[in-house]
Write a protein that binds this ligand. Structure first.
Ligand code: HEC
Ligand code: HEC
Ligand code: HEC
Ligand code: HEC
Length: 446
């Protein structure tokens, strides 16, 4: 899709106005043991609530021991939801247009960060030991969701504290470790479970590794399911996440386990739920190779690439949201510039040509992102895009693609770009590579 309209006003300046209109919520006083309280504070400092809700299901009013969502001006999810919430409401859109002339473009452009899992009730369903491992090496759990969990720059102790907090939030309702009491399961029982799983309609939202469940249920089908399927995990990981008893209860009535669950109850009897649970826990899983994208960045396009193209199709569309020009945004340049999401920031502004040419700051020194750091090496801008492709085997998997055991996840010290989003399509990487090889010309060829 080409949205190029080179003369239109840029996005960065608008969110600045949006930011200014937002209110700040109040904080609650916690009632947690010291380790859990430490975890709560770490999550606040790392800004997990820019993306996740952290609800305290036991709170009758306010946030209780949960964490209040970061104000909308900073919140990737609630701001996008606010904007998309006016879709189909001509009066509301007309009202917003008076302040934000590009409101209609926002409605067209925003697809990501509008619905992410709540972490507050997670340990009612998921073993805290899994959560701890996930924080070390996050991977693609939800194949219908484009976005990825970001790598964390937290110490082992800090991650322990985070998990202690997420566990304490649910008190006695949190999953206990261990798989005691699980009997061996034979192939007939697994097959009965598979049939029950198919009959109950589970594959309309869920996949299970690379196992082909229902012909025709591919990425297009799941996209058409929309929000109902968006957050449905790949059930291939259930055996690492959910003990059997919890699993059976969840299948019968999701909200009986997790009051925040958005999975609809499907009227499955406890007996059938038991069969399905045994299928999910014991069926052999297929882990096919994930598709690998070949990017021939060494073969440049045989045409001139302009700054406008680079900006309209990549930097201004995707990257500015974390690499803004702080001057047009009340000093906030985003996570990759002035810092955020647990990162210190590299003072990298991708909203202006001057910013791109200025490059980033590492160890107190300005470093170019458009020139090779050493002869024969890709410029840092290209290297970051290629790293994201390398991470994708573990971090971005289409349904039924399986899991590549050999794929490395993002390195928190050097994450690929765009952070938390799918890699750029190969043709866009090639476009950037060509622009760089042509000397990274600026507006009107400067
Ligand atoms: C930029 C947005 C973003 C931020 C900030 C973020 N996350 Fe996530 N997180 C995600 C996304 C997207 C997923 C879903 C990944 C998936 O399921 O494929 C996720 C998933 C998770 C999960 C797995 C949930 C499950 O179902 O098991 C945990 C745990 C988690 N995040 C913890 C954290 C913590 C702790 C922080 C802060 C230190 C944090 N996240 C910050 C985007 C974010
Ligand atoms: C104050 C409101 C606001 C906040 C906060 C916000 N965004 Fe956005 N976001 C927007 C608007 C408006 C657009 C559309 C811009 C345009 O069309 O030029 C957008 C578009 C995007 C896009 C491109 C479209 C898409 O869905 O892929 C990405 C990526 C994005 N935002 C990421 C983020 C991330 C990550 C965060 C949190 C770190 C964030 N945004 C926080 C308002 C916001
Ligand atoms: C309409 C879509 C839909 C259907 C149909 C559906 N689910 Fe789900 N399921 C979801 C969503 C969405 C979630 C995530 C819920 C949440 O995070 O609260 C989920 C979560 C789960 C989980 C938790 C997995 C994990 O790793 O955390 C299990 C187990 C599960 N579903 C099993 C089933 C079974 C078994 C069936 C069929 C009886 C089924 N689902 C049918 C949407 C669906
Ligand atoms: C969700 C936020 C986010 C998005 C979106 C994003 N970045 Fe980043 N970017 C970061 C963070 C955070 C860092 C690392 C900051 C640090 O090290 O403190 C970073 C670092 C970088 C670096 C330096 C890499 C190095 O050599 O260490 C480059 C280059 C970069 N980003 C380019 C991009 C490009 C190009 C895009 C769009 C395709 C993009 N970023 C999108 C957050 C983001």
């Amino acid at each position: 899709m080409n949205r190029a309209a080179p003369t239109r006003p840029r996005s960065g300046a608008l969110p600045a106005l949006l930011f200014a209109l937002c209110a700040t919520p109040a904080f609650a006083s916690p009632d947690l043991d010291p380790l859990a309280e430490k975890g709560r504070q770490i999550m606040q400092a790392a800004e997990c609530t820019r993306c996740h809700g952290v609800t305290d299901a036991a709170a009758t009013a306010g946030v209780g021991r949960g964490i209040a969502p970061i104000e909308r001006a900073m919140n990737c999810v609630t701001c996008h939801q606010w904007i998309l919430g006016t879709k189909g409401d001509p009066a509301a859109i007309a009202r917003q247009r008076q302040t934000f002339p590009d409101w209609d473009r926002y409605l067209d452009n925003i697809v990501h960060f509008r619905r992410l899992p709540d972490l507050g009730t997670l340990t009612r369903r998921v073993d805290p030991a899994f959560v701890r491992r996930f924080l070390d090496a996050p991977f693609d759990l939800r194949p219908h969701l484009d976005e990825s969990m970001i790598p964390l720059r937290l110490s082992a102790d800090d991650k322990d504290a985070v998990v202690a907090y997420l566990t304490a939030l649910n008190g006695d309702a949190a999953v206990k470790r261990g798989r005691a009491g699980e009997a061996a399961v034979g192939p007939e029982r697994i097959e009965a479970g598979r049939q029950a799983f198919l009959t109950a309609g589970c594959p309309t939202c869920h996949v299970m590794g690379a196992e082909p469940l229902v012909p025709g249920y591919g990425p297009a089908f799941f996209a058409a399911m929309g929000d109902r399927a968006l957050l449905a995990p790949d059930l291939r990981f259930v055996r690492d996440r959910i003990p059997r008893a919890t699993l059976v209860r969840f299948i019968v009535q999701p909200t009986a386990v997790d009051p925040r669950s958005t999975m609809p109850p499907l009227g499955v009897s406890p007996e059938r739920a038991g069969q399905i649970a045994d299928f999910l826990l014991h069926a052999p899983v297929k882990d096919g190779p994930a598709p690998q994208v070949a990017i021939d960045e060494a073969k440049p396009l045989s045409r001139q690439v302009t700054w406008d193209e680079v900006f309209e199709e990549v930097l201004g569309l995707i990257c500015v949201h974390c690499h803004m020009n702080p001057e047009s945004n009340d000093g906030d340049g985003g996570a990759g510039n002035t810092g955020g999401l647990g990162f210190a920031g590299l003072q990298l502004d991708l909203e202006t040509y001057a910013g791109v040419k200025r490059g980033l700051v590492r160890d107190g020194r300005r470093v170019s992102i458009v020139e090779p750091p050493r002869p024969g090496e890709p410029p840092l801008l290209l290297a970051a895009l290629l790293r994201r492709h390398a991470e994708a085997g573990r971090d971005v998997r289409p349904p039924y693609s399986g899991r590549r055991a050999d794929a490395a996840g993002p390195d928190p010290q050097r994450p690929g770009m765009p952070l938390g989003l799918p890699p750029l399509p190969p043709e866009k990487v090639r476009m950037i590579a060509t622009w760089l090889a042509q000397g990274a010309p600026g507006p009107a060829g400067r």
